[in-house]
Design a protein around this ligand. Sequence first.
Ligand code: RNT
Ligand code: ZN
Length: 414
Amino acid sequence: MSCLYEEAKKIYKEIGIDTDAAIKKLSEVSVSMHCWQGDDVGGFESAGELTGGIQATGNYPGKARNMEELMADIDKALSLIPGKHRINLHATYADYSNGVVSRDKLQPEHFDKWIEFAKERGLGIDINPTLFSHPLAADGLTLSHPDEKVRRFWIDHCKAIRKIGAYIGEKLGTPCLNNIWIPDGYKETPADRTSPRLRLKEALDEILSVKYDPRFLVDSVESKVFGIGVESYTVGSHEFYMNYAAKNGVMCLLDNGHYHPTESVADKIPSMLLFSDKVALHVTRGVRWDSDHVVGFTDELKEIAKEIVIAGPEKVLIGLDYFDASINRIAAWVMGMRNMQKALLGALLTPNEKLADCQNSGNFTEMFVLGEEVKSYPIGAVWDKFCEINEVPLRENWFNIVKEYEKNVLSERK
Ligand code: RNT
Ligand code: ZN
């Protein structure tokens, strides 16, 4: 095995790539693993249906039914993923063991169990207010709702979550990313496109008017082009948030399922970074629409990873966002996380500077030829070495452990 690695090392060296350095860099990148793959975006607040224009399809047995099960599943997944990472929570994954609390009344202590969980394992935590799957979001509008009372509820919810995020960040000593995504939109072509956006703008102004130490809390806003049932108009469009973020010093979060299908988030990253220090991502895989399939080792992912590596991974907050209920949920987590890391490794093993020189000197033939040939360099041997160093199973061997867990633990969840 290490024999393979030594051979790969030589091959990469010939094109000026130091594989040991690539491995070291990769181990410094953490990815925020979304808790909601573990239970189809269910959460612990109620057993209500998922709304907000997003859908988890499938009924694979064994989904986590409570915090203990979700934590156990996360542990299992993390034991098969190389490196140190982060956990991305939604508000509805609060600790309700002392009774369910209205979302606008959530307090930091409702997340103490998660903080403890993260601390013990050396993980960071990110958070999201949950503005869907709730009676006050039932008509598809939240922060942009024309009814002041509905807006108030959601503004207070977002404020509560920011306070919680800052508390988490302080406790863990790593900034918590609070990402605001709202489902607001209309099924039919709206008569008035401006008023909902004005209301959203004012709501965000109020939410963000409370200042927190950036060492503890950072904020992002996530745009979207459309959702199921809200096909004609999305209040939080890309232009809306891009301008809002630029003017208000918050980050844009780019979800690669949230644009027109031929738009590329890889292309957006370097453009955004000319104007902001950082950008956040939700990495997903859309099949024909924003279907949130498990992240695959696709060309789209490789291009995104390339831009992250070229920009400097410290400038891009990487989070995953998909929810597949048709396959083993732990396998879905592990595969998506490992694919993200493998794509980053691929980018680290690409002679990006040399290729850029080819482009800038007009040598497009060499750029194409080298770029294509590098695609079949022995990345697998370097990936295996990375897994070996991090003491996680090589190649698909991790799946045997998931199968064991399914047999012994998941199958007991009826
Ligand atoms: C929905 C957005 C959003 C959600 C999560 C659950 O289209 O992508 O990020 O997926 O908040
Ligand atoms: Zn998203």
